[in-house]
Design a protein around this ligand. Structure first.
Ligand SMILES: *Cc1c(COP(=O)(O)O)cnc(C)c1O
Length: 463
């Protein structure tokens, strides 16, 4: 297939990229020395680079292209909306049909009792809104001191100052003097890495009870909310033991602490239900959303808010002094609506739950038998393979963290499969429209990647 007419040679694009484009989460010196990979086209679950190489996208872009690439309905919805009304704000007592339609649709799809939506431009913005909104709520309830938000180490909630503060990534906190005040972090429910000799169920309870200890340390009258991703994504697809979320739920209700389920990745079908909260039995008060909301076709995020919280601060009167120029952007709302219609009309979430997720899970568990794999875990179409030199003991490699994971990622690319590595684990989050035949291809390429990576690790004396 011819790629694109007038496409400049890869080296030229790489040079121009290096000269002017600063990439996110990138060592620019290292990248510029080797040149970026230039992606020029995509269709369904596949990507093509500027040299004509084809890749199966095992990451759905960055956990977001859930309906796959090339859906003309979404492009057309945005195009039509841009011709009708490309932009108008929702600040000054105005609204527009796409913002109204999408808010109503989200209220229908969300768990019972969550009927209100505040729009943002991304997941990070959505989490900034969370910080402002929970503090505003408690102030409106006459409890202005109830403002601490408890999060978790190794959580990811975005890259703005508030998002990165809620997140528990040490390297992010170090750049920028974070976290901002009144955000604290407890240990994560990462059994493979931190469970030691404990069984998963007992470990899940222990890590949930760390929340109660933190609430007691701070005083419940100072704690506004607990925030967590149902499954930690960027932290390495950390699927908590089944005991974890019910205990978190119990503790939050007992102490009257709001629950924020960050659904930016888990939302819209990733775990086999519309929201990760449903998969894990969480009854949240707020759900930040983004990524799968528009399948990444246009940037949009938001916070779905419970009746209790929304009606609470509405009834108290006064302005919520917060909002974004692009809150409820008409074209982004139109794209999101078209995306949700595809998910609904094609029954994609049910297809994940009943067909593709069980099919993938069986093959994924078999990869767990590979000598390099210490654990193969999966929830819906969201999985990780922990690499280890010693399966029995879940041991780490005798090398800087991420050394073997990076080898794995490079091998996967070489095999025409996009997988990401987090530390020394390999993770996948493919489009929700992936077929069984494409899953077979993904598994074959992942197995080959493991063989190559095992061999490379042995040659370096690491396995
Ligand atoms: C990606 C992500 C965010 C941040 O979303 P952006 O759109 O990148 O700002 C927040 N929370 C979670 C769980 C995410 O995975």
């Amino acid at each position: 297939m011819t790629l694109m007419p007038n496409l400049q040679p890869t080296e030229v694009l790489q040079q121009r990229d290096a000269a002017h484009h600063l990439h996110p989460f990138t060592d620019t010196q290292e990248l510029n020395a080797k040149g970026s990979r230039i992606i020029v086209r995509a269709d369904g679950c596949y990507l093509w680079d500027s040299d004509g190489n084809k890749f199966l996208d095992g990451m759905a872009g960055l956990w977001c292209v859930n309906v796959g690439y090339g859906r003309k309905e979404i492009a057309e919805a945005a195009y039509k909306q841009m011709q009708q009304l490309p932009y108008y704000n929702t600040f000054f007592q105005t609204s527009h049909p796409p913002a109204i339609d999408l808010a109503e649709r989200l209220a229908e799809l969300a768990p019972d009792g969550m009927n209100h939506v505040f729009y943002a431009g991304s997941g990070s913005d959505a989490n900034d809104t969370v910080v402002r909104m929970v503090r505003h709520y408690w102030a409106a309830m006459g409890k202005p001191d109830k403002k601490v938000i408890i999060s978790r180490k190794n959580a990811y909630h975005g890259s703005t100052m508030a998002g990165a503060s809620l997140g528990g990534m040490q390297a992010m906190h170090e750049q920028g003097g974070l976290p901002i005040p009144d955000i604290t972090h407890i240990d994560q429910p990462y059994w493979y890495g931190e469970g030691g000799d404990m069984g998963p169920a007992e470990f899940g309870l222990q890590r949930a009870r760390a929340l109660e200890a933190e609430i007691e340390r701070l005083g419940a009258d100072r704690v506004a909310a607990f925030i967590g991703e149902p499954v930690q994504g960027a932290g390495g697809v950390v699927i908590p033991p089944e005991t974890y979320w019910p205990e978190i739920q119990r503790i939050c209700r007992k102490h009257d602490i709001l629950i924020v389920a960050d659904e930016v990745i888990c939302g819209f079908g990733r775990t086999g239900k519309w929201f990760g909260s449903e998969t894990f039995g969480i009854e949240p008060d707020l759900m930040p959303i983004a990524k799968g909301l528009s399948s990444g076709y246009l940037p949009i995020g938001g916070v779905i808010v419970s009746d209790r919280v929304a009606e609470g601060f509405i009834a108290s009167g006064g302005e919520f002094n917060h909002g974004y120029t692009y809150s409820g952007h008409p074209a982004a709302c139109a794209a999101a609506l078209a995306n949700l219609s595809i998910l609904q009309e094609e029954g994609i979430v049910d297809q994940v739950a009943n067909e593709t997720a069980p099919y993938l899970a069986e093959a994924w568990k078999q990869l767990g038998d590979h000598p390099l794999v210490g654990e193969a875990r999966i929830s819906g179409l969201f999985g990780a393979l922990e690499l280890t030199p010693d399966k029995a003991n879940r041991a780490a490699f005798d090398a800087p963290v991420g050394t073997v994971g990076l080898i794995g990622r490079e091998n996967a690319f070489g095999n025409g499969l996009v997988m990401r590595h987090v530390r020394d684990s390999m993770i996948i989050s493919p489009p929700l429209v992936i077929t069984k035949a494409e899953i077979d291809e993904l598994i074959d390429k992942a197995a080959l990647t493991l063989d190559q990576t095992y061999k490379a690790a042995q040659e370096k004396g690491l396995a």
